[in-house]
Design a protein around this ligand. Structure first.
Ligand code: AMP
Ligand code: MG
Length: 347
């Protein structure tokens, strides 16, 4: 009996502690970098600690943006000039790690994620802040580049050097650098003692911890209408990345041409309108969303498996929604009229 009173008392005390515990305040910053608006939200009791962490993130993102910009004068555009001339380039440890990660993801995706096709992306006019509204490139020009077949497999990396056996290799990390940058930002936040935060670059994000008593809740943009098509809550440390045909495109003669290029055809990938990937690592999620977009409704499960991605949602141009069983378990669709196909559900 005594024991029961004791446990009741303990329960009441714990209950009281939980009730009086409020969430730490949210500190927010908006940064314009990586070609988009980046929202950083940090939960911490101490404003100075939060602000210091945000400042570190801002500096880190600025460095990465400058380093990997594909068309404004940058260290990357110099690397590309040297690759054209067949030169060997001296690199530091950070660049080595970045290249190695991109090379591995290209291999895992069967070269659908192919950051060596910078010349094709440029040919389609996407190496521009605003794409001029002119005609798509001629088949001859596309075929000439396809024949040279640039890939990350042409790159030889050592700890301190980078070279290419194929002068057609032109690097463009538009499908990966945002994820890489967000991973670096989250690493800096963790080093600064932050346990609850979100770094959101135009809808692509990595979240750690929670938003006080509730999990972070993420909206996934509808690919062809305003508003969101689905939402998901993140737990622990997770990234959510979406590749969509609505992000960068131009219209010509009644047709839409978007920025995700199928390295096999040299044309914008057809059949898919968006792909969302959830994975712990943002760089992997970023590269995978692009690769699975290109893989399309038939091939994506095979590529996802090779890339070690369990949570995928692909929407095709009939607005049919394909998902892995793992994604279906946790995603909340905000529309009711879509056809949904769950792939690989052996339960
Ligand atoms: P994302 O929005 O992450 O899918 O990345 C699209 C961007 O990546 C494009 O704007 C190009 O800069 C670049 N890109 C286009 N096609 C490919 C591809 N097949 N592999 C790697 N990068 C690509
Ligand atoms: Mg991507």
């Amino acid at each position: 009996m005594k024991c029961r009173w004791l446990s009741l008392l303990l329960f009441a005390t714990l209950g009281l502690t939980a009730c009086s515990e409020s969430s730490p305040p949210v500190h927010k910053a908006k940064l314009f970098t990586l070609g988009t608006l980046v929202d950083v939200s940090v939960l911490h009791e101490d404003e100075a600690t939060a602000q210091r962490a945000i400042d570190i993130v801002e500096a880190e993102l600025a460095v990465i943006n400058t380093q990997w910009h594909a068309w404004r004068d940058s260290p990357l555009t110099s690397i590309n000039q040297q690759l054209t001339k067949g030169e060997t380039i001296t690199i530091d440890a950070t660049t080595h790690a970045f290249m190695q990660q991109a090379q591995q993801l290209a291999t895992d995706s069967q070269q659908l994620f192919n950051p060596a096709i910078g010349s094709l992306v440029a040919l389609w006019g996407f190496h521009n802040d605003d794409r001029p509204e002119d005609a798509p490139p001629t088949t001859d020009k596309i075929d000439a580049l396809l024949k040279q077949a640039p890939s990350m497999g042409d790159i030889t990396l050592t700890a301190t050097t980078l070279s290419s056996s194929n002068p057609a290799v032109q690097l463009d990390f538009g499908a990966f650098a945002k994820g890489y940058a967000i991973d670096q930002a989250i690493a800096r936040l963790k080093q600064s003692g932050i346990e609850h935060a979100i770094v959101n670059a135009g809808g692509d994000l990595r979240a750690i911890g929670s938003k006080g008593k509730r999990p972070w809740r993420i909206g996934i943009r509808h690919p062809s209408a305003s508003g969101v098509i689905a939402s998901v809550e993140t737990h622990g440390d997770e990234s959510v990345f979406t590749s969509g045909n609505y992000e960068r495109f131009f219209d010509f003669d009644g047709r839409r041409y978007h920025h995700i290029i199928d390295p096999r055809s040299g044309h914008p990938a057809s059949g898919t309108v968006s792909v969302t990937v959830i994975h712990r690592n943002a760089a992997t999620a970023d590269a995978a969303a692009t690769a699975l977009f290109i893989a399309g409704a038939k091939q994506w499960p095979q590529i996802a498996q090779q890339m070690g991605i369990d949570e995928v949602m692909l929407i095709d141009d009939n607005l049919t929604i394909y998902m892995t069983a793992e994604m279906a378990k946790r995603i909340h669709l905000e529309i009711s009229d879509a056809e949904v196909k769950i792939i690989g559900d052996n339960a």
